[in-house]
Each structure stands twice: as structure tokens, then as C-alpha cells.
Design a binder for this molecule. Structure first.
Ligand code: 3HC
Length: 283
């Protein structure tokens, strides 16, 4: 199936990165968030990110303009009616994602593939909310999207081979290394990462060490580019908590219980870099 246009719904940290790489790969993009203010913020971030690449000499100024010209912005789901592929990257909330998939299912042509960038929610469940379950699939990108090579491709129970092959081809055009994953909560990378980050919170909660020292230990002892608290703030503590809750519900195993210290941070609105404060204070 030849696809030359991609819709991206939810243009925050992840969706914004998807817009950048897909427009840079030559796709026409229709980008959408809940209101004009969110769209303008994403547009400014895209311009800044591309300007940095120009400053570093990685792309020409003209290429930046070409990429920007490929992206159209909207706040109306109706505008996605003729879009052959839509990648959803809204907040990690089951009812919100189910409602969006139901609405898109009504609006879009029968051929449209609906992909989700969920980091933990069942793709099979989202597929089941539509009348086109065979055309629903997971495309899980990693943050920062322009830098991280991996794309987890998640087949829902219902996803057909044509949809799967189309998404593998698009992953290649986006210059990502695709790994196929069964539809199991948190897939592969987050299955390993999320309990690791939660365990770091428990280590501080139990007084094993301090957050900054744990970050130093993991960077110096494991060669990770970021310590667990730096990474948790980068990913978003709300995203981390939501993923843990999904894993706890899906697997019914107490080893996924979220650390109370993590929960308190989220309750405080300390969600990470995006709010200026998470485990660390960035203000
Ligand atoms: N967008 C585009 N490019 C970016 C970027 C961004 N947001 N952030 C960094 N970069 C680029 C820089 O421009 C630089 O490019 P260059 O080498 O060509 O000049 C390169 O990445 C390295 O950046 P910096 O020199 O500024 O900083 P670092 O060397 O410290 O690298 C990092 C920053 C790439 C974020 C690195 O710390 C890293 O790899 N961290 C781990 C990230 C990670 O684990 N991500 C996965 C999170 S899990 C996830 O996303 C799943 C979700 O479901 C939860």
C-alpha cells in the first residue's frame, strides 16, 4: 500500500518528534492537537529543532523550509478523513485513546491504518474499539524520537499481514530499526525499563541511597547515558506511573506496584522536565 501522507494526533514530546522525522523523510503530514495553543507550541518546537540541525550543518536552510512546508496543522479530526495512516500519540489514558479510535473509525476511509504510539496499553483493545480491527497496529517510538533508532511494531491479535508489512516499510523509510513485538503490556523495552525506574524510586524511598548518587552509579557502573531519575524525568513521571498501573493490572503481579514516592511526585504535579520539576527541579 503506497502511503505518502501521515496524520499525527497528539503533538507533544513524542508526537512532535514523529512529525519531525516523518516530514524529514518526505511524507506530507497532518498534525493535530487539542487546540491552537498546543499546535503553536509544537510548531515552535519543530522550527527550533530543525534550526539546530541547520546550525550544526546537518541540513541546509532550504531543507528546513521544505520540511516545515510538509506539515499542515489542524485541530479538527474531520480533516483526517482521507489520511491513509494516522499515528496517535495522545496522553497515556485508556478511555481517551478508545474514544479517539472510535471517532477516527467513523471519520476515516475504510483503508486508513490507525496506529498507536502507546507505551503500554493493549493495542488489541484499541483495535477492538473499531470496525477495522485488522487495520490497527502499534508503532512505539522512543524519546527523543529523532535520535533513538528503535521502533517497536506491535501486532494486535487482529492486525492483518498487509497492515503489518506496510508499517515495517514505513519504519524503514523513517530510518528506524523495527522490532516486532507481541501485544503484551509494555511490550519489550518498557517491560524492562519501567520496573527498573520504579525500583530506583524504591531505593530512595527505603533510604538505600540518594537519587543523584543512584544516577551517578548507573551512569558510571552500567554506562547508561542517563541515570534512572534523569531518565524518569525525561520520560515523564506521569507516563511512568501510568505504564506501571497498566502492567500491574494486566499481569496482576505485585512486583509492578508503583513506589509511593513516585505517586506522590505525580500527585504534586512534578511530572518531569516538561513541567519544570520532576524528581529534580529544573527551574
Ligand atoms: N531532538 C533531537 N535531537 C536531540 C534531542 C531532541 N530532543 N536531544 C538530543 N538530541 C541530539 C543532539 O542534538 C545531539 O546530536 P549530535 O550528536 O548530532 O550533535 C545528540 O542527540 C546528543 O545530544 P546532546 O549532546 O545534547 O546530549 P547527550 O549526549 O547527553 O544525549 C540523549 C542526549 C540522546 C537524550 C542521551 O542522554 C540519551 O540517549 N538518553 C537516553 C534516552 C532514552 O533512554 N530514551 C528512551 C526512553 S524510553 C521511551 O522513550 C519509551 C516511552 O514509551 C517511555
Amino acid at each position: 500500500m503506497g502511503i505518502n501522507k501521515i496524520g499525527v494526533i497528539g503533538v507533544g514530546q513524542m508526537g512532535g518528534g514523529i512529525v519531525q522525522i516523518a516530514a524529514s523523510a518526505g511524507y506530507e503530514i497532518l498534525a493535530c492537537d487539542q487546540d491552537e495553543a498546543h499546535n503553536q507550541k509544537a510548531q515552535a518546537k519543530l522550527e527550533k529543532s530543525l534550526s539546530k540541525l541547520v546550525e550544526k550543518g546537518k541540513i541546509e536552510a532550504a531543507q528546513k523550509d521544505e520540511v516545515l512546508a510538509k506539515v499542515k496543522w489542524t485541530t479538527q479530526l474531520q480533516d483526517f478523513a482521507d489520511c491513509p495512516l494516522i499515528i496517535e500519540a495522545i496522553t497515556e489514558d485508556v478511555p481517551a485513546k478508545v474514544a479517539l479510535f472510535k471517532e477516527l473509525d467513523q471519520i476515516c476511509s475504510a483503508d486508513t491504518i490507525l496506529a498507536t504510539n502507546t507505551s503500554s496499553i493493549s493495542v488489541t483493545r484499541l483495535a477492538g474499539a473499531t470496525q477495522r480491527a485488522n487495520k490497527v497496529i502499534g508503532m512505539h517510538f522512543f524519546n527523543p524520537v529523532p535520535v533513538m533508532k528503535l521502533l517497536e511494531v506491535i501486532r494486535a491479535l487482529q492486525t492483518d499481514d498487509e497492515t503489518y508489512q506496510t508499517i515495517l516499510e514505513i519504519g524503514e523509510k523513517l530510518n528506524k530499526k523495527a522490532v516486532t513485538v507481541q501485544d503484551s503490556a509494555a511490550f519489550v523495552v518498557n517491560r524492562l525499563l519501567i520496573p527498573f525506574l520504579n525500583e530506583a524510586f524504591y531505593a530512595v524511598y527505603e533510604g538505600v541511597s540518594t537519587g543523584p548518587d543512584i544516577d551517578i552509579a548507573v551512569k558510571a557502573g552500567l554506562n547508561h547515558p542517563m541515570g534512572p531519575f534523569e531518565l524518569a524525568d525525561f520520560v515523564g513521571l506521569d507516563t511512568l506511573l501510568a505504564a506501571l498501573e497498566v502492567m500491574q493490572n494486566e499481569f496482576g503481579d505485585s512486583k509492578y506496584r508503583p513506589c509511593p514516592l513516585l505517586r506522590k511526585h505525580v500527585e504534586s504535579g512534578w511530572l518531569g522536565r516538561k513541567t519544570g520539576r520532576g524528581f529534580y527541579n529544573y527551574s
